[in-house]
Design a protein around this ligand. Sequence first.
Ligand code: SAM
Length: 190
Amino acid sequence: NYRCRSAFKLLEMDDKLRILRPGFSVLDCGAAPGAWSQVAVERVNALGTDPTVPTGFVLGIDLQRISPLDGAVFLSEADVTDPGTLRTIHSLLPAKKVDVILSDMAPNATGIKELDHQKLINLCLCLLNLSQSVLKPKGTLLCKFWDGQESRLLQGRLKEQFQDVRTIKPQASRKDSAESYYLARQYKGK
Ligand code: SAM
């Protein structure tokens, strides 16, 4: 039982594109209520349920409170864009860096399409900063965005820093016409 229907978007993307593997370490940004983290815990084998494959790790972070979940570590009431959060993230990670950064973050929508778009693009740009200190070389970043004028700019930035960048529109988010995801793989960072 997933905490939220959004789980099906990640399941769909992961089934198709193999983003999460057993043993991977994952940072889930905008994790509340925790459905993506549930999927991540299963797919990286964070509970060690399958003893024949490596055991992974999941750290979820959100502005909101996230109810505890077996196999995940949660950092609640924390802002990903706050530079102070970085230190806390590092203190909670088993190793210095993660294999995958997931972001299903969304700002509180104002209803003004252009403004909401901007705000979400800014959140995604912050993730590029975060990647520098938290993402392993060759790592993956999956981030939600609402399409608009600045999408190209974000895509360009991603292409500078990742070898493979593609746009995904999961079936499961079809009804939300503006919502898409960038999947950026093969991080070039040192
Ligand atoms: N993927 C989640 C799941 O499956 O349960 C749903 C995520 S929900 C669509 C978006 C979340 O992003 C909200 O809970 C919101 O609080 C969070 N968020 C927005 N801005 C944030 C920020 N600056 N730092 C951390 N979380 C943020």
